[in-house]
Write a protein that binds this ligand. Structure first.
Ligand SMILES: Nc1ncnc2c1ncn2[C@@H]1O[C@H](COP(=O)(O)OP(=O)(O)O)[C@@H](O)[C@H]1O
Ligand SMILES: [Mg+2]
Length: 356
């Protein structure tokens, strides 16, 4: 098991800078997830860690040793990609053994490792089959098994579940988390899916356009996002945003709608802000709330998503536990629950400036 440090990692493609100086420390045994929209540099960063790509600047350290000049094979890492390239003409057992045989490992040790990995990933009954005789989920399990048998210092995953159907993704998420706990291994996992990040990570690193927007445990990012981007990216359905302005008398004026009390928040009157409210922090009320009309209700059974247009034309989502009798076209008023809301100041790049 290893730790990893990135120091000022930069990557340029010609004149285009895609990674803008990333510093990060991953401790031994930590499960870190890089999350961000497509094209933000997740794969590039992972490939630089793996030694499959070279940084234009900065250092990669594994266990405190600079490995920039070491090949991928010399770094003691193992990587699983979205497209799991198994050898089609080999059995599962041969696929698992191949890399180890190339290292001239003793047969007994190879067999032990395959047996351990197969048991852990529940693919023992598949060892004699060829990849063509496996389902997508089973193939992905074999690809993960191949990294497990290598007993790497760090596991690297690049969107390994993207090709699986929804149900299998949920199942594999649980299995990967279990694998991490059992192996106590250092894992770096790349995904564009915030749900995977929330459910698996010890720590999430949110990337945007080659920069770290925020890094922290899932619920810290959820409860105290550093800026509007992180607030909108983490959480599903996503946070509602309403344009507003700080009013004179300890109140915030939501543009086109009216005022909400804003106790204990220090900002200059007149500052433009965005009010951020998670769907579960809106509730319906009889009086004093913000007025709107119901556009659509999604009944999930255990909870309901109510999509509304407010009186100022802004569209929002309200998430309520249980089942609601509200229907499309109904006029309703909403209020913020337990004063749980975020403020992002427009003038300094939508940085979070407070919670109500
Ligand atoms: N070989 C390349 N040449 C030029 N630009 C590239 C190359 N590889 C990646 N990029 C660019 O680098 C950025 C980051 O890409 P990537 O790391 O693949 O993003 P992600 O994995 O987050 O979707 C993108 O804008 C992409 O177009
Ligand atoms: Mg990618």
């Amino acid at each position: 098991m290893s730790n990893l440090s990135l120091r000022g990692i930069v990557r340029d493609y010609g004149a285009l800078r895609v990674i803008h100086g990333i510093d990060l420390d991953v401790s031994e045994g930590e499960f870190v997830v890089f999350v961000g929209p497509s094209g933000c540099g997740k794969s590039t960063l992972l490939r630089i860690i793996a030694g499959l790509d070279r940084p234009s600047g900065g250092d990669v350290l594994i266990d405190g040793i600079r490995v920039n000049d070491r090949s991928a094979a010399e770094r003691g890492l193992a990587m699983v990609f979205q497209s799991y390239a198994l050898y089609p003409h080999m059995t599962v057992r041969q696929n698992l053994a191949f890399g180890l045989e190339n290292q001239r490992m003793a047969r007994a040790e190879i067999d032990r490792r395959i047996a351990d990995a197969a048991r852990m990933l529940q693919i023992e009954h598949l060892l004699a089959r060829k990849p063509g005789q496996l389902s997508g989920g089973q193939r992905q399990r074999v690809a993960i098994g191949r990294t497990v048998t290598r007993e790497p210092g760090i596991f690297l995953f690049d969107e390994p579940l993207s090709n699986l159907d929804a149900e299998l993704r949920v199942q594999m998420r649980v299995e990967l988390s279990t694998l991490h706990k059992r192996l106590k291994a250092t894992m770096i996992y790349v995904t564009h899916d915030q749900t995977e990040a929330m459910t698996m990570a010890d720590r999430i690193v949110v990337l945007r356009a080659g920069r770290v927007e925020q890094a922290g445990p899932p619920l810290v990012l959820y409860n105290t996002p550093a800026n509007r981007f992180v607030a909108g990216f983490i959480g599903s359905p996503r946070m509602n945003f309403l344009p507003a302005e700080i009013a004179l008398d300890g109140q915030i004026a939501v543009t086109g709608l009216g005022a909400i009390a804003l106790p204990g928040f220090a900002a200059a009157a007149g500052d433009a802000v965005t009010l951020g409210v998670r769907p579960e922090h809106f509730d319906f009320c009889d009086a004093g709330g913000l007025p709107g009309t119901v556009d659509l209700v999604e009944h999930m059974g255990g909870e309901s998503y109510v999509y509304m247009t407010l009186g100022n034309g802004e569209r929002i989502t309200v998430r309520r536990p249980g089942q609601t009798g509200l229907r499309r076209g109904t006029a309703a008023k909403i209020a913020i629950v337990d004063a749980q809301a975020h403020l992002f100041r427009t003038q300094d790049g939508e940085v979070a400036v407070g919670r109500i």
